[in-house]
Design a protein around this ligand. Sequence first.
Ligand SMILES: Nc1ncnc2c1ncn2[C@@H]1O[C@H](COP(=O)(O)OP(=O)(O)OP(=O)(O)O)[C@@H](O)[C@H]1O
Ligand SMILES: [Mg+2]
Length: 1041
Amino acid sequence: MATKDCVKVAVRVRPFNKREKEAGGRCIISISANNLAIQDPRNQQSWRTFTFDFAYWSHSGFVRNTDGLFLPEETGGRYADQASIFEGLGQGLLENAVQGYNATLLAYGQTGSGKSYSMVGNGPNKGLVPTFCHRLFQFIKSHQDSRQCQVFFSMLEIYNEQVIDLLSKTSRSPGGLRVREEQHRGFYVEGLRKVPCESAVQVERLMEQGTRTRTTAATRMNTNSSRSHMLIIVQLKQIFSKECITKQSNINLVDLAGSERQRSSGSEVDRLKEGTAINLSLTTLGNVISALADVSLGKKAVHIPYRDSILTKLLQSALGGNSRTVMIATVSPADICYEESISTLRYAERAKRIQNKAVVNKGPTERLVKELKAENARLLLRLSRLDQEGRQTDQETKELRRLLTHNELQIRAIQTLWEQHLQEALKDWETQYTNITQERRMVQMYPYMLNVNEDAQLSGVIKLFIQEGNWDVGLEDSSPKSIPLRGLGIQKRHAIFSNQQHRVTVTPVSGSKVTVNGIPITQKTELQHLDRLILGSNNTYLFIGFPTDRATDDWSRFDYDYFQSELAAAEGIHLHSLCAKQDQRPVQSNPSLLAAFYDYIRLMPMVAEANQMSQELNKGVEFNLEIKNLAMSDSKGHDLEKEIAVRVTCVERKQVWMWSKAKFINRKFLMEELYQQQAEVGEGADMPPLSREKDPFWDPLEPLHLGSAHLWLQSLPFHIPVEEQVEVVGSEGTEEAMLQIQLVPCHPTGLPLGEDDILIDPTELLGKRLDFQLVMDRCCGLRWLREARNRGVQIGFQMFDCPQPLYTPAMWHNANPLLQHRVQFTALNTSPALLNYLQNSALVLQLWGLQEGCSDIVICLNGVMVTPEDSIIIDTAAISENMAVDSAGSELNPSLQALQEDLEQLKSSNVALRKENRALREQLGASGLSGALSLLSARGVDSGRGCRERRSSLRTSCDAQLARALKVFYHSMTSVRGQLLRLQRHRPSEDADLLGLRLFVDEHAHLLKDFGEQLEQCVSVLKQEVATIVRRKRDKSGGWS
Ligand SMILES: Nc1ncnc2c1ncn2[C@@H]1O[C@H](COP(=O)(O)OP(=O)(O)OP(=O)(O)O)[C@@H](O)[C@H]1O
Ligand SMILES: [Mg+2]
């Protein structure tokens, strides 16, 4: 009978990894009983709680014993080690399996969160799969009197919707194995190797073999293992001879692909997104889980999209079907992984609702044995009856005996098939065992290169021994003195390794890429123990020296990240250069900056691979990583976020594209597919031409964002015009152009306001009409045009709440184009929000590059309102007061915070000055009045007009003086702001060794000093001016009395 039960869900939090530790990561997860709480690192008051069937804390409270086992610090401690994970999840799985239920265990989580560690384990810390097999064989041994058991083991990988048999002895068939469907059996992989096993050791060897196949395939085919799903299928058959029943269960153990979510900022739609199976299986799994969760909530007629991917086909019974299923969701504890962890937890929460209907399975083959045995029993009964009745004939007995023997043979044949398979498997295993012992011997004799993979599970699997003499390493393996190596960017003869007189050297063959410790080499180079080698675009190896050179050092620190960080450092990219580390103290971790750094080193090898594929497929495009500084597009210039983008250049035609991280990853995957197709067709053979629309290396040309400039608006609320020359800065800090620009406060008709219209107190504007013009005069020194003349530019800007960005007309073929572009804006009823915006923000002017073949940016005026004079109306919405509250301050790192404080000081002195001005005006008003009164009494009423004129002319001239002083002040403030921006952008120099850092600190201090002095000067000039005005007014008013 079917039992109904929900998918059981466990969550596990791993220790910090090296990256997180280095970055001073903060643990944002806590666990209590079965509840997990996670804190939003950007809002520390915000916690979310999730409840699961099991919640495992493997983050802290552990020690490593002499065998390398991770155990709780004290007995009964909260640390969940591998054994307690097995007791919680594996034991139940085993019980279900031996009862004859199908059982499934899925590991889900972001890349590097501990899926494989939980499933497979690491060294002595064995994971669920090996322990499960170990316990299974223990169970079989202790129950061998009551039943006969058969265990079959299969291991497969799903990559890009292709099934690869990891235990197959023959080479991989193009397109992978087929998944078929049968009515009774459901979906299954046709021709998948099922290896009979008798012991846990045998299973472990098979897993090793599978991992090796996975590693070589990943290197050869240039694929990324964390994007593939690994599925282990253990089939258990139990034959209960006495009871004449058999039970069969399929146990699926699934290590899913990394569930990387694309960062929302980079998830714009790619035109080739549709055709991509980048993680079709994982996406479909999510859809299936969601649909099943809906069903459990009582929704009817929900379509469950099992058939949409290979993985969900194979897991159909595990999800909502005949299986008892457990999911382990693994998460990182670190603040930088918050987004990913939340997404994993939500996924797991949905999976909890899935209901399965498991039954005990009986297989058809055993039914046959049972029927044959029953027939034999009947035949024997007949024989004995005939015997008793004494009426048997020779003929009859012979026939019955023949039937009996035939049936026995058939039964034996069915049962011995298993024995035969087992013998074959044992023979295989022996050969493998010999190979393994031989490898162990060689490790003790020769230096070798050990593979390092992005996936820790696949690292250290391949060893390339360098015995005495010269060895050709490359694709060719015709000579006996060659070490075959396949992979992207590997030449036929790639490099010569030589082992002579206890020295190992590497010499690249001309034109091939060899990097040692992050530096490309072209000449013979001697290798030292633990040197890092990259051959071709991304074949990473750690050189292990002669046994005598090997100390008991820990090699594990030379992981994939180490290799990539070393390469990045050679390019001048350090974590510090992004995070501005101060005083050698840990960085006050800024999750987005760290994420940018790790994005960079993660994308770096992918970019190298894409370049190699482009070269081999003659695509003529080049890829380069860029770090985009988002402060460039922030109207306050505060945003410290960085984003990684990929610049794509067609060298010949000088065309440029900018791809987001998400788009690049998507395209890289399609490039791999194309590259593999070419490899399968064979070198030299021509593939059918690919239409441009389907070519992952191509995109229609689009305007390219070149950089931005900030025009501070603070003088506008005083009705003071501004004339500026602003620098357009590219996302990497390059000067892209200079822009001559004006902001002109004006009358509704467009006529500029005069000096007399200058306001002393901007709040006077509130509720009144404000008109001003933005005039772009000229753009000078356009780098984009200097590089290639057949290009153009447009400048875009979005003023306050204007619903659309506005653009200048396109200007082509001129590096210093005259713009003369004028736009008028009107606020009919100036709101506090607009005033705040003008006082504290800058207008961001975006420079767009046009290229031949791409169309101009069209201005869209949807929702834009205009006055009868064609002025664009802004400040239309009621905008909440708190918009102006700048929350970015809390995230600024210390030095910037200091700057922020300076700015605040400046603002408060500004406020004080304004107060002083107001007081002054009041004083003026009062003295004017008293003067008028005395004049009135002395000269009579008629002369009143002349006195009023004099009084107002005095006030006007003082106001004008004050306004001029303010104008000078705000003008100099713009340059102070510029200095602040420069400081924000200022990062340690690229080769930031200790000396470099010192220089940087000196320079930084210098800039800060400059900034302080400029600031000081601005304020003191203003104070002096104000003092002079006050003095003059006192003098003059003294003259009247
Ligand atoms: N609970 C844990 N205790 C100690 N180390 C762990 C734990 N979980 C994971 N690790 C370590 O973290 C690293 C990454 O883990 P693992 O390879 O299991 O990640 P993964 O989720 O399988 O990633 P991928 O999706 O790339 O395959 C490994 O070096 C592993 O040893
Ligand atoms: Mg893994």
